[in-house]
Design a protein around this ligand. Structure first.
Ligand SMILES: Cc1cc2nc3c(=O)[nH]c(=O)nc-3n(C[C@H](O)[C@H](O)[C@H](O)COP(=O)(O)OP(=O)(O)OC[C@H]3O[C@@H](n4cnc5c(N)ncnc54)[C@H](O)[C@@H]3O)c2cc1C
Length: 489
């Protein structure tokens, strides 16, 4: 029986393990933390439960299909529901707008609120859908680094529509010309942050991202985001996948250009296939120190990171929903600070996720668990203690201003996550949330393939390799990687 070792139990590592196991491969997962899930983790302070990382759940079928691989009924182990309201937006000029999950309702309500025609919004969304449907089978669901991908009807079809993909202009420029109204331009610009990029640099093709949320839907897993990790981890255990926690891999053993095993501080473990779910930069720089490195790929600009305050807050805030955004008064400056100056902006866009709105037991009675996130530059050695103190003050005064509250006096419990901590806990280079940024039209092609060109039997999965970061793309990377391995069995 063929054997595989997976380095890391991030969500893509677990999914790859499951795909391989379903093909009869013996799988061992080595994880440096004492828990599975990587960024998709959770913790509790003083009766407040927090999802540590992801909060937005799209494309649930990519999770449920993993249960089906083994003939299990997904709803016996993992339940979720579609959200009726996608996000609640607040602007500095006092305007507030709740985005309905039904795109026709959203278009009608946005048209009435912002004085543009509903048809303009619907055409924009339909155009995004077309981009998604033309490119997903090519750019997301297959390896971009195998000749077969380019010899398909999907590719031909996408190529004939290349000029409609808006690759030559930024998302912001596209939104200004297609939508025009400044609040809605900002709302649609925000989708660039779903892969950690700047709307002023990422190409207009990214206008496909709203399609995921406003057509395919935004969901909430019962019990919170962490139930994605726990349910898949339990499935993996039931299927005989072996997990080894507190086992940091220090080297990938390569013999005659072939990966044959991994080394921890004390032992060597051998297998037929090695899959790294560790960030690609860290994989090369820490585990493959004696091999040649694809420097151009590793130099690719990293996605944004984040500073997150986990606040247990006294009170129930009826004006807030599960997902809430408080926009910066100067979005362009915010991204210039993040990507050019590598600094935090003093009027940041603030995202608040409150899972106790959906799962009341996530907070004590009469309280809420606020996951308060601002975009941040990667870690370039800035003074994070100083930056966090400044961010805390700026966020609190912004929320006091827009919600008419005295937030500091309501915070009952607190924890903070910073870019260096994200790197420390997951090996994500510079604390990037989504691997490489998509700030250029070539970014998709520059991401590292799901396999090594130089070292046989070595593969890669997760947010830092093709097709990119975020749970849905990580699930696709697991599918692509495992398919490559299974075809080599
Ligand atoms: C704050 C935050 C918010 C986010 N929001 C969203 C969101 O709303 N929606 C969404 O879809 N995505 C979101 N993302 C992105 C999403 O979390 C990631 O893309 C995804 O979870 C990455 O999974 P992964 O499998 O690539 O690995 P990771 O989660 O990065 O895990 C890698 C694993 O490898 C282990 N490892 C590393 N080095 C070694 C070693 N040497 N030996 C053994 N083990 C090792 C690590 O400990 C870790 O467990 C967010 C991320 C963060 C941090």
């Amino acid at each position: 029986m063929a054997s595989a070792i997976i380095i890391g139990s991030g969500i893509a590592g677990i999914a790859t393990a499951l795909h391989l196991r379903s093909a009869g491969v013996e799988v061992d997962v080595f994880e440096s933390n004492d828990y599975p899930g990587g960024k998709l983790h959770a913790f509790e302070i003083n009766g407040y439960r927090f999802d540590a990382g992801p909060s937005l759940f799209t494309m649930p079928q990519l999770i449920t299909e993993l249960f089906e691989l083994f003939g299990e009924k997904p709803t016996d182990f993992f339940q979720y529901r579609r959200l009726k309201s996608v996000c609640n937006y607040f602007w500095e000029d006092g305007i507030q707008f709740n985005v309905d999950a039904d795109r026709a309702v959203f278009a009608e309500e946005a048209a009435a609120k912002f004085g543009i025609s509903a048809q303009t919004i619907l055409s924009y969304l339909n155009n995004g859908q077309k981009k998604y449907e033309l490119t997903a089978p090519l750019f997301i669901e297959k390896s971009l680094h195998k000749a077969g991908t380019y010899l398909s009807m999907d590719t031909l079809n996408a190529m004939t529509h290349l000029s409609e993909m808006n690759l030559g202009i930024s998302l912001n420029k596209l939104n200004e010309s297609a939508i025009g109204e400044p609040h809605l331009v900002q709302l649609f610009n925000r989708y660039a942050t779903y892969n950690g990029s700047s709307p002023y640099r990422t190409p207009g093709i990214m206008s496909m991202i709203p399609h995921l949320e406003l057509y395919l839907g935004a969901y909430y897993p019962n019990g919170g985001m962490h139930s994605i990790t726990t349910s898949l981890y339990q499935l993996a255990l039931r299927q005989g996948i072996r997990f080894h926690f507190n086992q940091k891999i220090e080297q990938i053993v390569v013999e005659k250009n072939k990966a044959v095993g991994v080394k921890t501080a004390n032992n060597q473990h051998d297998a037929d296939f090695i899959v790294s779910n560790m960030d690609i930069f860290s994989t090369y720089k820490k585990l493959l120190t004696t091999q040649s490195h694809p420097e151009r790929t590793l130099r690719q600009e990293r996605s944004s990171s984040a500073v997150i305050f986990y606040w247990g807050v006294r009170g129930i805030f009826t004006q807030l929903d599960l997902h809430n955004i408080f926009f910066s008064g100067d979005y362009k400056q915010e991204f210039t600070h993040l990507f050019e100056h590598k600094k935090l902006f003093n009027d940041p866009t603030v995202y608040i996720n409150i899972s106790s709105k959906e799962t009341p037991s996530d907070a004590p009675t009469g309280c809420e668990n606020w996951f308060v996130m601002i975009n941040a530059p990667g870690d370039y050695g800035q003074n994070w203690e100083e930056l966090v103190a400044m961010a805390r003050q700026n966020i609190i005064s912004k929320l006091n201003r827009l919600l008419g509250i005295d937030l500091a006096s309501l915070i009952m419990a607190e924890d903070v996550l910073t870019p260096p901590l994200i790197e420390k806990r997951t090996s994500s280079y510079r604390g990037a949330l989504y691997g490489a940024a998509s700030n250029s039209k070539l970014a998709a092609f520059l991401r590292h393939p799901n396999f090594s060109n130089k070292i046989k039997q070595l593969y890669f999965c997760g947010g830092s390799v093709h097709p990119g970061g975020g749970i849905p793309l990580c699930m696709h990377s697991a599918k692509i990687t495992s398919k490559l391995i299974i075809s080599a069995l």
